[in-house]
Design a protein around this ligand. Structure first.
Ligand code: NDP
Length: 287
């Protein structure tokens, strides 16, 4: 017997979550600020609540997936959270998650924060690789795991309610650097006789081959030895950077996406670390 679940927020992500729970036959109560987005769910078997407070009252497990942390505070302003298990899938910062956890606990709820590493089309699609980072109350996570695992895989990363957001944002930050590199690469080949569709698989294969770079970085940070296993040293790479910059110039492409990272590599080299890889850049960022 599955206990009822309440979902607040039926945007792109909330809609995908709701459909996944309904498809699994999970009893569901939904609420959305703009009620026209909630009404269609009645025909799909959900109970549609008129207010957020009513929706919260309907279930012991309450999942929120709203635009941002401010909307969570607004939506739950006059809900009675005593005895509830509150799971916040709204993207936010680690500090916002910690503050929201304290806020929820003061109001009598257990709290779990989530960071969704998936897009709406992969929600409810086993094998898609999508998952959610969770942190905060381990007891809540364990008690509610079967319901939480329906829309996507789950990865619990610790009692600190900020850790899900920290993992989420760290991965998104890594992705941002990758997007920058891919943008620069396509700018270089654009309007030459190279078809983007032929170039794309080369980019994907190359980035996939290079991704284990992260294991080398971890090994350096764990051991404190930044020269360990280095096959391409910083002195050589900084030399190579000049070729990247000259090529950008020849192709008429701005190098503005590359130069901030290159400047850090040069600073680390100037500090006398030419035999390392690029791990020392992390020391410059966190100092
Ligand atoms: P949408 O913009 O599609 O939906 C936003 C939702 O928040 C709507 O239900 C909206 O209600 C509601 N909302 C906004 N402000 C308030 C408020 N002040 N009070 C009450 N409700 C409010 O966003 P998504 O569904 O795509 O995203 C939801 C969360 O999921 C975000 O934190 C996002 O970062 C995260 N996420 C989304 C991913 C995606 O690919 N879409 C991927 C990973 C995470 P209304 O309909 O009334 O406007």
């Amino acid at each position: 017997e599955k206990s009822r679940l309440t979902l607040l927020g039926l945007g792109a992500m909330g809609t995908a979550l709701a459909r996944a729970w309904l498809a699994a036959g999970h009893p569901l109560t939904v609420w959305n600020r703009t009620s026209s987005r909630a009404e269609p769910f009645a025909a799909e078997g959900a109970a549609v609540a008129g207010t957020a407070a009513e929706a919260v009252a309907a279930s012991d497990l309450v999942v929120v997936c709203l635009l941002d942390d401010v909307s969570v505070g607004e939506a739950l302003a006059d809900a009675d959270l005593r005895g509830k298990d509150l799971v916040d899938l709204t993207t936010g910062t680690p500090a916002q998650a910690r503050a929201r956890a304290e806020w929820a606990e003061k109001r009598g709820a257990r709290f779990l924060d989530g960071g969704i590493m998936a897009v709406p089309p992969t929600i409810g699609t086993p094998g898609s690789g999508g998952y959610v980072f969770y942190s905060g109350s381990r007891a809540l996570f364990e008690a509610r795991h079967s319901a939480l695992a329906i829309p996507a895989g789950t990865r619990y990363v610790g009692e600190d309610p900020g850790f899900a957001a920290l993992h989420d944002v760290a991965l998104l930050s890594a992705m941002t650097g990758m997007f920058a590199g891919v943008s620069h690469a396509f700018a270089l080949i654009r309007d030459k006789d190279i078809a983007p569709k032929d170039f794309a698989p080369l980019v994907v294969d190359w980035l996939t081959a290079m991704a284990p770079y992260a294991y080398g970085v971890a090994d350096h940070l764990e051991s404190g030895d930044y020269t360990k296993g280095v096959v391409s040293n910083l002195a050589m790479m900084v030399e190579g950077n000049s070729t990247l910059l000259r090529t950008a110039g020849e192709q008429g492409v701005s190098a503005e996406l590359l130069t901030p990272f290159m400047a850090l590599m040069e600073r680390r080299l100037a500090d006398g670390h030419g035999d390392e890889g690029t791990t020392g850049v992390i020391d410059l960022l966190t100092r």
